[in-house]
Design a protein around this ligand. Structure first.
Ligand code: 4AD
Ligand code: MG
Length: 431
């Protein structure tokens, strides 16, 4: 019977077949330890000369790194580790024997070499673990939002207008229509969606032509935008808090092995409980200045500011009410102080920084039109968006998370480029 390594604990004492690849080989002479992987996990296969035929032992011995195999044998409990199992090899079929040496070895490779070989690097243990955790985060997001009344709503990628500012747009020729832009966020379309569905979310690739070369920036990344009718700023933050707590708990419950493989200290993750810390932008500026930052009163937080601030606390921090001039045109102003917005960034602890951006949206036609003009945005392209303020307009809010930033924090990886299968950065388009 062919089984997945993840299910192996149900087959102790039984004969099974595992199909996969040989990750590593140790031993010699009379006994061989083959580390096998099948995409669902890793298991140690043991071949002992004398208990298998000479022919089978020789086949095991001939295996090279990443050769493909079908291995049959008895599952036994690991002598030392309660939750580990071994495969006592009885038979082996070589599906593909690599004759070229596998380019990625145990020795330390530089990041450029690994990124050039990303198509192969993805097979490595840590890269495997990161993709497993990314998958849990995606599923947890769908679960949480579906049970909170949100409907999946797919925003377009080719768009006629900017969402987050015109300096970071990828422009493409679009037949006789002139230019189209790759979406920076599906938010504006979700705002149309809420008037049909009440609450909706999208989840897909977005594009930023920013010239930022930092560990937090990609030019193509995955964003989940959520939007809800009749939700105001306070409740918007509550939804974000609930979602993040749910995701972290789900990863802790489902990805113990993967977190272990990444050597992620899970103590900080166990502390992720509501309520998160809340501070206004003005409070944060003061605090940062006291910590030695040269941030000005009406400045956006710099990358270093986010790092030092979030190293100080063990919970995520909502920074609310940024000065309007550093945020997008659609954010609603605070009636208590028209110079700041009813929006927040959620910063992850341990130095990670911004993972979510969100706000209440301007829902008044005339004010929004004024903002579009003020930002020198093309009125024509936004006519449909303004229309939403003409028919049944209601207070509404939403937010968007960057999947790679969220994954990097939860996995504890220093650069977000490892959290997406094929990263796109300013000077990297291949593989
Ligand atoms: O803060 P941002 O720009 O917000 C928006 O796009 C809103 N329209 C979202 C909304 O309200 N629906 O981006 C949202 C998140 C950031 O908090 C960050 O996690 C991630 O997207 N992000 C990036 N991730 C990787 N590389 C980049 N260049 C990113 N820019 C933003
Ligand atoms: Mg932001």
């Amino acid at each position: 019977m062919t089984v997945f390594i993840k299910d192996i604990k149900d087959y102790v004492g039984k004969y099974v077949t595992i199909q996969g690849w040989m990750y590593n080989k140790r031993g010699s002479g009379k006994i061989l330890f083959l580390e096998l992987r099948d995409g669902t996990g890793l298991i140690q296969g043991i071949a002992v000369q004398g208990s298998v035929s000479d022919e089978i032992f020789a086949k095991c011995d001939s295996l090279t790194i990443e050769s493909a195999v079908k291995v049959t044998g008895e599952i036994t409990a690991h002598p030392k580790h309660e939750d580990l199992f071994e495969l006592q090899i009885k038979d082996i079929e070589i599906v593909f024997l690599n004759t070229d040496e596998y380019p990625i070895s145990k020795k330390d490779h530089g990041p450029d070499f690994l990124l050039n070989n990303r198509h192969l690097w993805l097979r490595s243990k840590k890269q495997w673990a990161i993709q497993k955790i990314r998958n849990t985060i995606i599923n947890a997001t769908y679960e949480y939002l579906n049970k909170s009344g949100f409907t999946k709503f797919d925003s377009p990628i080719l768009t006629p207008n900017a969402c987050e500012g015109t300096t970071e747009l990828f422009e493409v020729e679009y037949f006789d229509e002139g230019s189209a832009y790759l979406s920076q966020s599906g938010q504006l379309y979700l705002e149309a969606g809420i008037y049909s569905l009440g609450r909706c979310f999208d989840f897909g690739p977005v594009f930023r032509a920013e010239k930022s070369k930092t560990r937090r920036h990609l030019t193509e990344f995955w964003m989940m935008d959520a939007e809800a009718a009749f939700v105001e700023h306070e409740e918007n933050m509550k939804i974000q808090e609930g979602l993040v707590v749910y995701i972290v708990k789900k990863v802790l419950a489902e990805n113990k092995k993967e977190l272990d493989c990444l050597e992620r200290d899970i103590e900080p993750l166990k502390k992720i409980e509501a309520p998160f810390i809340r501070k206004t932008h003005a409070e944060v500026v003061k605090e940062l200045q006291e910590m030695g930052s040269d941030i000005g009163e009406r400045d956006d937080l710099g990358a270093d500011d986010e790092t030092i601030l979030t190293k100080k606390y063990d919970k995520p921090i909502f920074v609310e009410k940024y000065p309007a001039e550093v945020k997008a045109f659609y954010m609603k102003r605070d009636p208590q102080d028209e110079s700041v917005v009813l929006g927040s960034d959620l910063l992850a602890p341990e130095g990670y920084g911004e993972i979510i951006g969100g706000s209440q949206r301007e829902d008044n036609y005339d004010i929004l039109l004024g903002r579009i003009k003020g930002h020198k945005l093309p009125e024509d392209a936004f006519a449909w968006y303004l229309d939403l303020r003409k028919y049944g307009s209601v207070p509404h809010s939403g937010f968007g998370y960057g999947l790679e930033r969220l994954t990097a924090w939860i996995c504890g990886t220093s650069h977000i480029r490892e959290t997406i299968p094929f990263p796109r950065m300013i000077s990297r388009l291949t593989p």
